[in-house]
Design a protein around this ligand. Structure first.
Ligand SMILES: *[C@@H]1O[C@H](CO)[C@@H](O)[C@H](O)[C@H]1NC(C)=O
Ligand SMILES: *[C@@H]1O[C@H](CO)[C@@H](O)[C@H](O)[C@H]1NC(C)=O
Ligand SMILES: *[C@@H]1O[C@H](CO)[C@@H](O)[C@H](O)[C@H]1NC(C)=O
Ligand SMILES: *[C@@H]1O[C@H](CO)[C@@H](O)[C@H](O)[C@H]1NC(C)=O
Ligand SMILES: *[C@@H]1O[C@H](CO)[C@@H](O)[C@H](O)[C@H]1NC(C)=O
Ligand SMILES: *[C@@H]1O[C@H](CO)[C@@H](O)[C@H](O)[C@H]1NC(C)=O
Ligand SMILES: *[C@@H]1O[C@H](CO)[C@@H](O)[C@H](O)[C@H]1NC(C)=O
Ligand SMILES: [Zn+2]
Length: 459
């Protein structure tokens, strides 16, 4: 703690002294990169030399508190809107809309009605006159509010990271006909894919997948350097959610509790969404007592902290499995060795955030941030007026080079520093007044006399 305070004191001096480098003419381009399913503690468990190099020159947020449910589409849309799932309307990988009677699946996602409750940054940034790009980010090929990003490519799992990156850098550079984009979002599906197939506890499989992810981060840095973009753009590297280890020993079978005739299933695991056919209370009672590792909620009783209630696409009953448990209807077959979607307060569900570029501090590290805070941060970096959102700039301010930041150790360090200076001044004053009253004399005697003189003052 003391060390931290001393460091805070030193950093304070540095931060106060070295703010000049951020004097820029207008905002810099911003690149947002997501590596799907990058659980925060992979950073400690596996060597990531390139990612390490990236955040050592910038900032690292060790854990992001993401939004419920901790699935890919809800969280990717939260990153670019700053909204909880209940407010942006992309609530799960499988949805039913009771107003239009339509069904949503991640492989059939381009109907604009699903996305139109919010506006992603690649669209609002165009209102500030910027060109934008979205490479396979969920929603990037959907016409939202009649628009798409200036450049985008529809999802294609066969396109390599290098190809996606090559197109992104070309769009950022621009050409004679078209200026470079100011905001670009880039999506990559690892380490999520490997995490699902082998489970996050399989060190062999995860080490291999994360080595490739780290090589892609290396590629990103060298590509930006080659094109003269490195040091002239801000880069955010983050993810949507983590991953939990599942097991065939941890299955919850709904058919054991309730006849499938009694409900319509919209989504299954680890957060089930269902519509009772008749007698909702009775259906709820059955499900509520079904399994000790599954919690049932009537829609109106879903806890506030999940921000997962105020939307017509949330079904009358939801079931939430405990970490590492899988909900199935029947049978003993485990669908995946790794899964996510669980309660967003679980550390295993949290991703991380690394950022580098002229607007960020260097070598700064902090333990946590809300993922909805990333949207107002990006709007700030781009000087784009944010849409109404659920984030704040308070959390992210400390990451920035040109913001004063009320870091607690830093404040304590500054207070200690001020007290030291004040005591020093007091001491000097007292020595000087002694000198004046007693006149010049040998230094050694001064101390002896001092003690005598001081005693009455102490009483
Ligand atoms: C501060 O920044 C300005 C503009 O970039 C530059 O001209 C000036 O030399 C800098 N001053 C110091 C002391 O670094
Ligand atoms: C895709 O979803 C739309 C509604 O959003 C629906 O009309 C259409 O039938 C679906 N297509 C497939 C192949 O499921
Ligand atoms: C969307 O675009 C179409 C044609 O491009 C136009 O007819 C329609 O009015 C637009 N809708 C909105 C809401 O701007
Ligand atoms: C851009 O993407 C296309 C595929 O759509 C690919 O063939 C091409 O190589 C990519 N461009 C670069 C510069 O990587
Ligand atoms: C872990 O993953 C490897 C593939 O990388 C696989 O060969 C091995 O069987 C897996 N181990 C377990 C215990 O699942
Ligand atoms: C469940 O379904 C069965 C068969 O359709 C029916 O007899 C029973 O009343 C239903 N129970 C509830 C709680 O809906
Ligand atoms: C989130 O933001 C939206 C848009 O401003 C707002 O309607 C909603 O009430 C907010 N949610 C919470 C929990 O504050
Ligand atoms: Zn994901």
């Amino acid at each position: 703690m003391l060390l931290k305070i001393v460091l805070g004191f030193l950093c304070g001096i540095r931060a106060l002294a070295a703010d000049n480098n951020t004097a820029q003419e207008g905002p810099l381009p911003l690149l947002l990169v997501s590596f799907d399913g990058f659980r925060a503690d992979y950073l400690q468990r596996f060597p990531m030399p390139n990612l390490n190099l990236l955040y050592s020159q910038g900032v690292l947020v060790e854990q992001l508190t993401n939004v419920f449910i901790t699935k890919t589409f809800p969280n990717h849309y939260s990153l670019v809107t700053g909204l909880y799932a209940e407010s942006h309307g992309i609530l799960a990988s499988n949805m039913y809309d009771p107003v239009s009677h339509k069904y949503f699946h991640t492989y059939n996602d381009t109907d604009p009605m699903w996305w139109s409750q919010a506006r992603p940054l690649w669209i609002t940034a165009q209102d500030s006159g910027y060109k934008t790009a979205a490479m396979m980010w969920p929603g990037s090929d959907v016409t939202i509010g009649n628009r798409t990003a200036t450049h985008f490519l529809p999802y294609d799992s066969t396109m390599t990271f290098q190809q996606r990156l090559g197109n992104i850098t070309n769009w950022m550079l621009g050409n004679k006909k078209e200026p470079g984009v100011m905001f670009a979002a880039l999506y990559w599906e690892e380490p999520d894919r490997t995490g699902h197939i082998f489970g996050p506890d399989n060190t062999t499989a995860m080490a291999k997948a994360l080595k490739e992810v780290d090589e892609n981060i290396g590629l990103l840095m060298s590509e930006l350097k080659q094109n003269g973009l490195w040091g002239r753009v801000n880069v955010l590297v983050t993810s949507d959610h983590g991953m939990a280890q599942c097991s065939a020993e941890r299955l919850i079978q709904l058919d054991d509790c309730l006849d499938p005739e009694n409900y319509t299933l919209v989504d299954l695991t680890p957060v089930a969404a269902l519509i009772p056919r008749k007698d909702p209370e009775l259906v709820f009672e059955r499900l509520n007592k079904c399994h000790k590792h599954m919690t049932a909620y009537l829609k109106k009783a879903i806890p506030d902290r999940l921000h997962y209630r105020n939307n017509e696409r949330i079904q009358p009953i939801i079931l939430i499995a405990d970490e590492g448990w899988t909900i199935v209807q029947r049978g003993n077959k485990l669908p995946r060795l790794g899964d996510h979607g669980y309660d967003n307060s679980l550390p295993s569900m949290h991703p991380f955030l690394a950022a580098v570029g002229p607007s960020f501090r260097q070598g700064y590290r902090t333990s946590s941030l809300q993922s909805v805070d990333i949207y107002p941060l990006m709007c700030h970096l781009l000087s784009v007026p944010p849409q109404p959102n659920n984030g704040t700039m308070n959390g992210a301010r400390c990451l920035l080079a040109d913001e004063s930041c009320w870091d607690v150790p830093l404040v304590v360090g500054l207070v200690v520093c001020v007290l030291l200076v004040l005591s020093f001044i007091t001491l000097v004053f007292r020595l000087m007044s002694h000198r004046r009253s007693l006149g010049p004399r040998p230094f050694q005697r001064l101390q002896i006399d001092d003690d005598d003189d001081d005693d009455p003052l102490l009483e």
